[in-house]
Design a protein around this ligand. Structure first.
Ligand code: SAM
Length: 272
């Protein structure tokens, strides 16, 4: 894994256009779903925010959804820091009601997410389903959630009007986002502001500690979530044959491990 978490959110606009060396070209990966469907993922060329890879988190949340499609079927889904947006595409394919795929509001990142939606749409029946269901949007963690909530159907945008329907998304996706330790508070803020206050809502947080010596700092995210009043449960742990980046320094077992957690509202904070 390159770089560190120490970049600010204004950096994309701060540098003169020719500040960075020329970007390597965009790449493409094919992800094979367990049902045999192949999903094409375009990835931007080198990205200072690490959007140019397909990370373990995205692949394993997608697998986790496919193991039990009821995790997303008929539900509203919000993905943060989506990169190529694989879990959003898989959720759409598995029958999610509405999906909002978000990443840093850099025009190239948003255009790339839309390209992946369009390409997936062309391969999934009925025609137009994926394009109608999945939106691509720019969103900085911790920012005003209203533009995201506005994309939900009116019934899910209202507060509890007596019908028990709370405002917000049923499912959140955070795939390999914990490496930016300074942003843990912003991520938790966004979870609380966008996840429907229901015991059935779930934020899926899957990740690998690619820098094993910072594993404790990655795990610190869950302390931030608990301190903010959310519940945390580990639901998965898988050891891969190889690390994503061969030759990287640090404990190889940690580099090969993908952990999956669910963050939820406590029942006492939910009205329904
Ligand atoms: C390690 S990549 C993970 C990408 C994808 N979720 C996956 O698993 O393949 C981290 C992603 O978070 C995005 N990101 C980083 N900081 C962000 C921020 N402050 N707000 C929104 N997105 C951010 C990056 O652009 C990048 O796509």
């Amino acid at each position: 894994m390159e770089g560190d978490e120490a970049y600010g959110t204004g950096f994309l606009m701060d540098e003169p256009e020719d500040y960075y060396p020329p970007s390597p070209p965009p790449t493409k990966q094919i992800f094979g779903m367990q049902n045999g469907k192949q999903v094409t993922l375009h990835l931007v060329g080198h990205s200072p925010t690490e959007a140019h890879h397909l990370w373990n988190g995205a692949k394993f949340i997608s697998d986790y959804f496919e193991q039990d499609p009821s995790r997303v079927e008929g539900k509203s889904v919000l993905e943060l820091g989506a990169g190529a947006g694989l879990p959003s595409l898989v959720a759409g394919i598995l029958g999610a009601r509405k999906v909002v795929m978000t990443d840093f509001p850099d025009p190239d990142l948003v255009a790339n997410m839309q390209k992946n939606i369009d390409e997936c749409n062309a391969t999934v029946e009925p025609e137009g389903h994926v394009a109608r269901t999945i939106d691509a949007a720019g969103f900085v963690w911790g920012a005003d959630p209203e533009p995201l909530l506005a994309r939900l159907a009116p019934a899910c945008q209202e507060g509890d009007g007596g019908d028990g329907m709370q405002r917000g998304f049923d499912v959140l996706v955070l795939a390999d986002l914990l490496f930016r330790h300074s942003e843990h508070g912003a991520l938790v803020k966004t979870i609380k502001e966008t996840m429907r206050a229901s015991p059935d809502s779930a934020a899926y947080v899957f990740f690998t500690s690619y820098r094993p010596w910072k594993q404790d700092l990655d795990m610190g995210f869950f302390d931030v979530a608990r301190n903010a009043g959310l519940e945390v449960e580990q639901v998965s742990e898988r050891k891969l044959e190889k690390p994503l980046f061969e030759g990287d320094p640090g404990d190889l077992d940690v580099q090969k491990t993908v952990k999956g957690f669910i963050v939820r509202w406590p029942v006492e904070d939910c009205n329904s």
